[in-house]
Design a protein. Structure first.
Length: 377
């Protein structure tokens, strides 16, 4: 029987040598990786290995950072990019990134307000971000006392077509905020309200409807004013339904039911109130920590006792709790014509607060019964 020659088979010693070399190379590789992983347990890039971030061109990195800024859900999302490395820190400060920053990324809290936070909003505003212009303008005008600077930022946002900025400027014109009572311009306020309403702003629609009903700054037209009020309520319901559907937080109620959100109960739906804008939430929190509500209560008590000095010199907040605007001079806001205890920066805030709480607080039934009992005696 023919067999293979011995030269065709490798000897046992050669096989052992090859296996030993393989084990040696594996042990050396494992020791090198273990050495690189030492120190905090973080894997470091091997010496001489490729750095893929450095291979990316700047315009591509800027495009990625812009997408990140547009989808950021908190200011910390952009801050974490700046803390990553020197290159991302430099590219993250580009105007293209600031211009694309999302409203959520600029929702700065009043409790952590600082000079760096103001610089961040200023960089976004200088880059052409309309939302940053609006937020910083409202903070400067109503909270920091910089009337001219805040109004300039609001005007820049309004020129760019920012609906909320247009409405805020309308409120300033209606009240003559930052100036004297003679500085009020009702026609300009109505024109700004009309432009904001054309962009779909609910409060502007409601304000313009009341202006037409009362002939406030425009020619009186009750029918058109009523139509705009109905349109504002319908748009408010549409927006609330869209938000509630995404969160599945609504329930149908029969018409006339007492339960549900007071803003929408006349439509037979139980829906939560819409969250206030970041600028309004900032102002509410700011005056809550700086004694704004307490000052308003002291002023009401002082005026009730006839004291015109001391605490009576304080300014009032808008009684709508989700507004946050504060008077820039005494008696700037209009009072409730029935009770005189509530003050509102606009008719829109008055309508919202009436449905939310003031309807039950304004001239309670026990006062009517008490007055009736005294008359009978």
């Amino acid at each position: 029987m023919r067999t293979r020659r011995g030269s065709l088979y490798s000897s046992g010693g050669e096989v052992a040598a090859v296996a030993g070399q393989k084990r040696k190379r594996q042990s050396l590789g494992q020791s090198a990786v273990a050495g690189e992983c030492s120190g905090g347990g973080r894997r470091k890039r091997l010496a001489g290995g490729p750095d893929y971030l450095d291979e990316l061109p700047d315009d591509l990195v800027l495009s990625i950072l812009s997408k990140l800024a547009a989808s950021a859900s908190a200011p910390s999302d952009l801050l974490s990019v700046h803390l990553t490395c020197k290159r991302l820190n430099g590219l993250g400060r580009h105007d293209m990134v600031f211009a694309k920053a999302s409203p959520a990324s600029m929702a700065v809290k009043a409790a952590v307000w600082s000079e760096p936070a103001q610089r961040f909003l200023k960089c976004c505003a200088d880059a052409g971000n309309l939302e940053a212009c609006y937020i910083l303008g409202m903070i400067r005008f109503y909270c920091l006392g910089s009337r001219s600077g805040g109004a300039a930022l609001l005007a820049r946002a309004a020129v760019g077509g920012h609906a909320a900025a247009l409405y805020s400027l309308a409120v300033i014109q209606f009240n003559g905020s930052g100036g004297a009572k003679s500085d009020r311009d009702l026609r300009a306020g109505a024109a700004l309200c009309a432009r904001s309403a054309a962009l779909g702003h609910v409060d502007a629609l409601r304000e313009l409807g009341h202006c037409l009903q009362d002939g406030y700054g425009v020619r009186r037209d009750p029918a058109e004013g009523r139509r705009l009020l109905v349109a504002a309520n319908a748009r408010e319901l549409t927006l609330a339904l869209a938000e509630a559907t995404s969160h599945r937080t609504f329930t149908a109620l029969p018409l006339g039911a007492g339960a549900g959100c007071p803003l929408l109960s006349e439509y037979g739906w139980s829906l939560p109130e819409a969250e206030p804008h970041a600028a309004n939430q900032f102002m509410v929190d700011w005056w809550a920590t700086h004694g704004g509500h307490a000052a308003g209560k002291r002023l009401a008590a002082a005026e009730a006792t006839g004291d015109s000095e001391g605490d009576a010199a304080e300014l009032r907040l808008c009684s709508h709790l989700r507004c946050g605007r504060r008077e820039t001079r005494r008696h700037e806001f209009r009072r409730c014509s029935v009770c005189g205890a509530a003050n509102y920066c606009s008719r829109a805030c008055q309508a919202l607060d009436w449905k939310r709480a003031h309807k039950a607080q304004c001239v309670p039934m026990d006062r009517w019964l008490l007055a009736g009992g005294e008359a009978a005696q």
